[in-house]
Design a protein around this ligand. Sequence first.
Ligand SMILES: Nc1nc2c(c(=O)[nH]1)N[C@H]1C(S)=C(S)[C@@H](COP(=O)(O)OP(=O)(O)OC[C@H]3O[C@@H](n4cnc5c(=O)[nH]c(N)nc54)[C@H](O)[C@@H]3O)O[C@H]1N2
Ligand SMILES: Nc1nc2c(c(=O)[nH]1)N[C@H]1C(S)=C(S)[C@@H](COP(=O)(O)OP(=O)(O)OC[C@H]3O[C@@H](n4cnc5c(=O)[nH]c(N)nc54)[C@H](O)[C@@H]3O)O[C@H]1N2
Ligand SMILES: [Mo]
Length: 738
Amino acid sequence: MSFDKKITRRAFIRAAAGGALASGLAVGAVSCGPKNSQEAADGTKAAADVKKIATQCQGCGANRCGIYVYVKNGLVWKVEGNPRTYNNAGTVCPRGHAYIKELYNPDRIKQPLKRTADGKYEPISWEQAFEEISTKLNLIIMDNGPQSVFWAQYPMANMPLAFRFMHALGSPNTITHGATCFTARNAAFNATCGALPDNDLKNSRYIILVGRNPAAGVKLQQIKDIADAKRHGARLVVLDPRHSETAVIADDWLAVKPATDLAFLLAMLNVIIEEGLYDHRFVEERTVGFDNLRDAIVTYPPEWAEKVCDIPKETIYRVAREFASYKPRALIHRGYHGGYGASYFNSFQTARTVAILNAIIGNYEAVGGLFMPLKPTLGELEKGGHPAPHIPEIEKADGAGVPGRYPAASYSDGIVQAIPELAISGKLKAGFVNHMNPIRTNPNPERVIAGYKKLELLVTIDCFMSETAAASHYVLPESFFLERDDHVDTVHSGPVGQLTVVAQVVKPMYDTKPLLDIITGLSKGLGIGKYFNFTMDELNALRLQPFGVSLEELKREGVVDVGPRWVEGFKPCKTPSGKIEFYSSQLASWGLDPMPGWQEPLVSPNPSDKNSFRLIHGKQAIHTHSMTANVPYLMQLSDRYDMIRLWINRQRAEAIGLKDGDTVVVESDIGKGYVKVRLTGGLHPSAVWMPSGYGIFSKYLKTAYGKGINYNDFLNTYFDPAVGHVMSNEIIVRVSKA
Ligand SMILES: Nc1nc2c(c(=O)[nH]1)N[C@H]1C(S)=C(S)[C@@H](COP(=O)(O)OP(=O)(O)OC[C@H]3O[C@@H](n4cnc5c(=O)[nH]c(N)nc54)[C@H](O)[C@@H]3O)O[C@H]1N2
Ligand SMILES: Nc1nc2c(c(=O)[nH]1)N[C@H]1C(S)=C(S)[C@@H](COP(=O)(O)OP(=O)(O)OC[C@H]3O[C@@H](n4cnc5c(=O)[nH]c(N)nc54)[C@H](O)[C@@H]3O)O[C@H]1N2
Ligand SMILES: [Mo]
């Protein structure tokens, strides 16, 4: 494969300098401050030309921290946190420091690529790519209708472009990674309080984290706020089968048996209701269904729960009483992925119980409790004379939000692991994947590959040759985030609305384009060009119109606060009743359980097999999903600290003859792989824990290729019956010495 055909001399010199830098640092140094190597690479001691540009980090799509990037003598030099963005408050995590240097990673895709008959890739021009892709897509739509097309992507600020493009074609099939991450949590909070609240951790006196680990599933503001709260005397309780990076600073680490948090939480409700410790006035005025709730929880006392979740009843009583005693300045974190985002058959009910426990102590919209973030409503393209296409009045192929299928699923997130199934059954024929790598991040790669390979047309838009890109007919390189202007974003909003923007830091090094230009180029040959007749600056100016903030000002400041600050006091919920719904009539109308109650996990380890474990997983602070294992600086850290290991409980490991550092074979009914073990006292005996950032098998990603394994290799393709999520921890494996 040759990506380099059209590389300019200037770009080549820059790439060479960056490459030298990367390999220089890869030897030994693990600090991310490349100052000296940089000066060496520059070969100059003359006064440096330094620019400081405000933009947004894209080292993970989730946080998009506000940053300043420094450019020295034309080369990206270093990064600093913007002190005023809510998400990171002046800090940058290791991924942010390292990811800026990916600009210079030689593995970048440098021009559009087309797969040839022998499975290799040849560089083509953008004109040829647009022409061939639109011709093929037109034929597919003519034969199969527009509903045979999908667009899948990370839910970034540019998602509205995907909606616009797909709706213009006549397809409702826009899909995010939500079903692999957070959709059980979101659906449960929507059903209970109408939207997803934020946590006022800083002002809380009693914080419970249920499978949430902000110190490694990094959200910098949250970990800073937890530390602050603790400094002011708050207590921190962490429920995690694993002694996580956040459990390290907890007052109580409760090593819950995985998949059974629901039992612990139902028992907390039982104690708080039976002992009358709830906020009586809040319950009476602001909630519906308390009597049903009282009836529903009588069968779940701590005496029952301790046998299910392996936490002594005395501890459950104590935590329930302590939690209620700090009302309303106590909270159970709204959660994210690990505990109940998309993990278990009972995740939806677990998240419902978390939402209800918060409400029962009256902490909604209270200082130190949960609050609805003040996300500003951005201006729309329509206001600038760019009418939106109609939303197609057909059901989504994946069944998201469709009565009788996955009624509680999010319509806009969809159900991503349905794509391979729908491709195999012939319902989907063509697709675009942007800024996402479903072949590595979805369950059962063999099945995903088989599905995506069935498509008549697969186009991936990425900066690197991910597993998904490497299975595509066409690969379109997006300019790296430091090379492009991108959407005004509201992701930082919390106690105050915040606007940020991705701003170009350096000129593109290669023949790449930002997404808007890619979509605009495609739209012409598809007969939908009239929907894409604006520039990024025009789009952003319209987004900013309601606030009287100019794009220049936003780029200069990096972040601008807009609208009022959050104030304490209950506001009507976006539920049918306008109140917090303990009893959800909406869930009942969909044929789902309107009250939470105990549900067994889908699968459990075999108690008579000493090699049988539940496989759980989680983030490490230095990696993002599938997208940073190829970052040389970060993989260097993984190697140096021997981080690519499967955690296993020490007693159980010794019972099957394992020593720390042994290589084991891990097998489920669909997968098999080899990995080193880490013996630890910090893990519930029923589980093994796998870091989730490894197991890259795209051979184009040279740093990451073949290092470690991934939980998706062992996970069947499941669909939770209410929400359609993947149930990512419903995996039983056998672990034995290799
Ligand atoms: N470094 C880094 N940070 C990130 C990301 C990243 O990729 N890398 N991604 C961002 C995104 S998209 C997400 S979703 C978040 C994820 O943030 P989190 O949800 O906090 O992260 P995870 O590591 O997936 O899971 C957290 C913990 O859940 C525990 N867990 C597993 N099963 C159970 C269970 O049954 N019960 C309980 N109580 N705990 C359990 C795991 O042991 C783990 O320590 O992180 C965000 N931040
Ligand atoms: N293997 C694995 N699977 C997982 C997880 C995991 O940790 N590991 N976590 C689960 C969770 S919590 C989530 S949220 C999902 C995440 O699932 P995905 O959204 O698939 O996650 P990423 O691995 O972050 O994939 C991002 C892709 O976007 C590309 N990319 C990066 N920057 C840009 C850009 O500027 N433009 C474009 N066009 N592309 C870009 C990256 O190279 C990468 O291929 O995965 C879930 N499944
Ligand atoms: Mo996620």
